[in-house]
Write a protein that binds this ligand. Structure first.
Ligand code: 5CA
Ligand code: ZN
Length: 424
């Protein structure tokens, strides 16, 4: 289990919520958590390169959900993973002559520093895949025993007949409900995003890998009756989420690049593993791009959080630049966006450092309503802008304004901290 320091979250007068979000699967606005404890799983990083603005935007979006939930009176239970063994990580380690374990540890630590700087509240359970191997093995054995998985012959080098293990998607009647895609799109995305539709011996080209037998030069763990090997990608998240949160849980999230196949498959695995349920709601952050292209480690067109911080940028300005966009929209990172956020941060800072301001009551109600409406942070920012402008315009004593309140800057400052994660 890993973690980073948790920021202090001030309490506010009154209460917000209930928080509604747009479920990717249905397109409808739904209450994100109905019980007293709100449960969230967000797919974590594959630690082979440093945190870029796309990662940061996704984790800040779900951090805002967690903050809104807390403000609505929920206890939040948040789980995430680190994909600390996976093909791209192994390939990068080989290409750069570094041990894959060292690369994962180094990049995970850098990510934790970046998240700390950005004021992201850490998960309650943040689990590496490596530490979850025994539970994944038990889950794969269970799927095999239930007839929901099968073995596929391996190359001779593996040395025995056990085979790799694949999930049999025909065992899951509800498969396809998460993303709602047609067969051709599913096939194309599977080939693009880590699947192996052309692998001979599979019952269906979409069937995903659950357990890969040890190959020369690849890390492997004891797999019990499965033989030595390593887990497939989707089953890891299904098992880590199930063990941390129980099934069903409220929200499974990540960037929109994970909708298919990753969240379709991990939800399918969860359904077959236990209760017939995975996540109640699927929530996806849009893709952050650079000059019109998705920012990605594989493309290398990265704006790194650690680089911006090393250049002296204020992490709160970076956070505000993210919050200026609706979490589920795709958007481009620009230097102008960051400059605008720095200016906004400075204005807000001046306004909450003054001797008073217009009453914070309406602002607090309106910001809560904006967040409850599918985490509408751009609206929340515009509301704060308006309050800051009038606080600064009224002079030190409010110019006789009846609505003037000496305590307002304090409440607004605490609100920015608690709900938006912006502190000065
Ligand atoms: N380890 C897997 C998930 S189990 C993974 O996708 N790792 S990742 O490092 O590639 O991405 C980490 C998170 O950032 C994921 O939620 C992913 O959807 C999100 N993400 C990746 N690129 C972008 C981007 N350009 N914009 C927004 N979010 C992104
Ligand atoms: Zn995942």
């Amino acid at each position: 289990m890993l973690t980073w320091p948790s920021p202090f979250v001030p309490s506010l007068p009154g209460r917000g919520g209930p928080i509604k979000v747009r479920d990717t699967s249905t397109g409808g606005l739904v209450v994100a958590a109905e019980g007293p404890t709100a449960t969230l799983y967000v797919c974590g990083i594959t630690p082979y390169d440093a945190t870029h603005m796309g990662h940061a935007a996704t984790y800040v979006a779900f951090d805002v959900l967690g903050r809104a939930w807390r403000d609505a009176g929920h206890t939040v239970r948040y789980a995430s993973n680190v994909t600390d063994v996976d093909d791209p990580l192994l390939e990068r380690a080989t290409a750069t002559g570094v041990d894959w374990r060292d690369l994962a540890v180094e990049q995970t630590a850098l990510y934790a520093r970046d998240m700390t700087a950005l004021g992201v509240i850490p998960p309650d359970v943040w689990s590496g895949v490596v530490e979850s191997v025994p539970t994944v093995v038990a889950a794969v054995e269970k799927l095999l025993a239930a007839g929901a998985a099968y073995r596929v012959p391996t190359p001779d080098e593996v040395g025995d007949e056990l085979g790799d293990v694949y999930a049999d998607l025909s065992a899951d009647d509800a498969f396809g409900a998460v993303a709602g895609l047609d067969a051709a799109t599913m096939l194309a995305l599977s080939a693009e995003r880590g699947g192996d539709p052309d692998r001979p011996g599979k019952r269906d080209p979409l069937d995903p890998l659950l357990w890969r037998r040890e190959r020369a030069g690849e890390p492997a763990w004891d797999g019990g009756s499965l033989g030595r090997g390593r887990p497939g990608w989707h089953i890891e998240c299904a098992v880590i989420a199930r063990d941390a949160l129980g099934l069903p849980f409220d929200v499974e999230g990540g960037g929109s690049d994970l909708l298919f196949p990753h969240h379709e498959m991990s939800t399918s695995h969860a359904r077959l593993l236990d209760s017939g349920h995975g996540a109640r709601v699927h929530l996806h952050a849009g893709m952050v791009g650079l000059e019109g292209e998705k920012m990605s480690k594989s493309r290398g067109n990265l704006v790194l959080v650690s680089r911006l911080l090393a250049d002296g940028e204020d992490p709160m300005a970076i956070r505000l630049a993210i919050l200026a966009h609706r979490y589920r929209d795709d958007w481009d990172w620009t230097a102008a966006g960051l400059a605008e956020a720095s200016e906004r941060l400075a204005t807000w800072h001046r306004s909450v450092s003054g001797n008073g301001g217009p009453s914070a009551d309406t602002l607090l109600t309106d910001v809560r309503a904006a967040l409850a409406d599918d985490l509408d942070t751009p609206r929340a920012l515009a509301l704060v802008d308006a309050w800051a402008q009038s606080a600064l315009a009224s002079g030190a004593d409010g110019g006789g304004d009846e609505d003037w309140d000496e305590g307002a800057p304090g409440v607004v400052g605490r609100m920015l901290d608690a709900l938006l994660g912006i502190r000065f």
